[in-house]
Design a protein around this ligand. Structure first.
Ligand code: GCB
Length: 637
């Protein structure tokens, strides 16, 4: 676990990076022999020399869809990776770190047979110094053991079920169950990079806009150093504009920087200038020796966020989020970093004139986040706390740790305008109130400059009674002769978490999961729903999910569920609600579920995946994409 900084690896005059991405050797540990790799010490030598079947595996990638073997696709437990690499002789006087962009879920890392670190949590980076374990000017090897098991104490939660009824299962089998619908892809998902820095090094940088006037942007910055000779160095902070002209500077570990006539960072569509980035160059200087030390360049934007009971504002202007819930999900590589899909997705989001997305339901790659900063997309940045349903101290600790790591990683990003502490928890449970109060307090304490949200699917209190009354009256109006009853579903129980949030995000599938096929009810129900949340809590409301599954190419008229036609009708009815709600003044955005179809576990009601994408999994438009484009093009802030 890293103590403080987790700066993205960037080369500079003092820093070198070496990518370990490529084809690694790979093996899974059979379910019946989960500990074999540890007992036989597979980390002591090349995997190909151990008593296990070894195959080639690309890094970064999920391992699940690479082979023809369903045991690998559906594997639960330990998987092993290995590769050789060479460390240049010239690095001998440096400090060397190894950094993983993400490994899902739990990872143990050995260098040349010695354990150097471990990390829990699938979607965030971790690093460790390995200088003393490397052979400079010689071959080295690295082994990584990865375990994808989710338990009630991991973020997200899951449980392993052993089906052992001998009447039905002669051999028995294990199943990983979880409270979310995206496939639990596993493996080394993001780049693995060696970073060489001077022995006294820049460990962390924080930069914030604290004030804006017409002619000036006021920034506060702070720098953390690492290494044993920190006292010998002073810090120079310089700000460069996008044409690399020095525009402001300061000295010291912390300080204030004033930029005259700043180019503000604006999201798409709000200003002619979009996504303007400056560079903060931090330079260490050894005064006694009069030589320069470590140098790091951090891109950042100058912008201020504030919020109140009806809106969220960037640089004083209110924002309307028009965007998507998404996934990092692509054919073959699963959840592995895929620059092709990533770039295509931005092209599609610009084509459709979206301005925002939520990193549902986990932090996305830093490579992806960089483009959001550059292209001016607003990001709701979410931790992998999806579908939490029991709340104890161990889970709380894991959740807090994920929040800390996320904020540590993304705190300097102008695109990140809201933290999401989770998606669809069982927030009607009494214990969840204290739990979420604690998480929100932590986030506010770590970063007071951004609003905090949690994506809810329970009812607001007022709702329960009004929904029941409405539905009962409606049913009676159709048929007075028969009594009315209702099977109570948990989702109608009342939420207890919204009271702690700055912004309320809700997911609602009217006409899909409720009143399936009844698109005529959607507008009415959505207006009621959003209004009830705002009336109760006096906070801005954002609809983070609505949508319908559609199989590309399937059409009917009249429209029925699963057709492209019904997907569009459902959207149209939601749009009518959104338009009316916008006029009421507290709806701050709409994000359709989902940007693209994505893989799910095998389920009889999902044909290989969740089909709610407006694009197919291979990023071709459904009719819905054209329809959405027309709306997003018209929607102004
Ligand atoms: C939801 C979840 C999302 C699912 C979606 C669905 O409410 O937040 O992860 O994919 O519903 O399609 O069921």
């Amino acid at each position: 676990m890293h103590a403080t900084g987790i700066l993205y690896p960037r080369s500079s005059e003092s820093r070198e990076t070496l990518s370990l991405d490529g084809i690694w050797k790979f093996a899974i540990a059979n379910r019946s022999e989960q500990n074999k790799g540890f007992e036989e010490k597979w980390y002591r030598a090349a995997l190909q020399h151990c008593a296990v079947k070894v195959i080639d595996m690309p890094v970064p990638s999920s391992y699940n869809d690479i082979t023809q073997d369903s045991n690998i696709r559906d594997h639960i437990g330990w998987a092993w990776y290995h590769r050789d690499f060479f460390v240049p002789k010239t690095w001998k006087s440096q400090r060397v770190n190894i950094r993983f962009g993400s490994v899902n879920y739990f990872a143990i890392v050995w260098i040349n047979g010695v354990e150097v670190t471990s990390h829990s949590g699938g979607y965030l980076p971790f690093d460790v110094e390995v200088t003393d374990h490397l052979k400079f000017g010689h071959p080295n090897f690295i082994t990584v053991a990865v375990n994808n098991t989710l338990t009630p104490w991991t973020i997200p939660q899951g449980k392993i079920v052993y089906h052992n009824d001998s009447q039905r299962y002669p051999a028995g089998y294990y199943e990983q169950q979880y409270n979310f619908d995206f496939f639990n892809y596993a493996g080394i998902h993001r780049p693995v990079i060696l970073v060489a820095t001077p022995k006294t090094y820049i460990d962390d940088i924080t930069i914030n806009t604290t004030n804006l006037s017409d002619s000036e942007g006021v920034l506060s910055y702070s720098v953390e150093l690492g290494g044993s000779k920190v006292a010998a160095y002073s810090v120079i902070a310089e700000v460069y504009d996008s044409r690399d002209r020095l525009v402001a500077q300061s000295k010291g570990l912390t300080g204030e920087i004033r930029v005259n006539n700043p180019n503000l960072w604006w999201p798409r569509g709000m200003n002619e200038s979009v996504g303007y980035l400056y560079t903060l160059k931090i330079q260490l200087w050894n005064d006694a020796k009069n030589v320069e030390g470590d140098v790091y360049r951090l891109p950042f934007g100058i912008r201020l966020i504030h919020w109140n009971s009806t809106g969220v504002y960037i640089n004083g202007k209110s924002v309307y989020f028009k965007g998507f819930g998404r996934h990092e999900d692509a054919n073959l590589r699963g959840r592995g970093l895929d620059l092709v899909t990533l770039t295509k997705d931005y092209n599609l989001m610009r084509w459709i004139e979206a301005n925002s997305f939520r990193t549902s339901h986990y932090p996305y790659s830093e490579e992806l986040m960089d483009l959001a900063d550059q292209q001016g997309f607003l990001v709701i940045d979410e931790v992998p706390a999806v579908g939490l349903d029991n709340f104890d101290d161990d889970l709380l600790e894991a959740h807090k740790q994920a929040m800390k790591e996320l904020i540590q990683r993304d705190k300097n990003r102008p695109a990140v305008v809201m933290w999401s502490i989770g998606n669809e928890p069982q927030s009607q449970k009494q214990v969840s109130a204290l739990y979420f109060d604690t998480v929100v307090q932590l986030v506010h304490q770590l970063d007071s400059s951004r609003p905090v949200t949690l994506v809810l699917n329970k009812a607001s209190n007022q709702d329960v009674a009004s929904i029941f009354t409405r539905v009962t009256n409606f049913t009676r109006s159709l048929d007075l002769a028969r009594p009315v009853t209702m099977v109570l579903a948990q989702s109608y129980a009342s939420d207890l978490a919204a009271q702690f949030l700055d912004v309320i995000c809700i997911n609602r599938y009217f006409g899909w999961y409720s009143d399936t096929g009844h698109s005529e009810l959607i507008t009415y129900q959505m207006i009621k729903e959003v209004t009830a949340w705002h009336d109760k809590h006096s906070k801005p409301v954002l609809v983070t999910e609505y949508g319908a599954g559609a199989l590309a190419g399937l059409h009917t008229d009249p429209p029925v569920v699963w057709t492209e036609d019904y997907q569009v009708v459902l959207m149209e009815q939601n749009f009518k609600a959104f338009d009316q709600l916008r006029e009421m003044g507290f709806l701050i955005g709409e994000m359709i579920w989902n940007f693209a179809d994505f893989a799910t576990p095998q389920e009889y009601f999902r044909p290989t995946g969740c089909m709610k994408g407006v694009f197919t999994r291979d990023r071709q438009p459904k009719f819905a994409a054209h329809f959405l484009r027309r709306r997003y093009a018209q929607l102004l802030y």
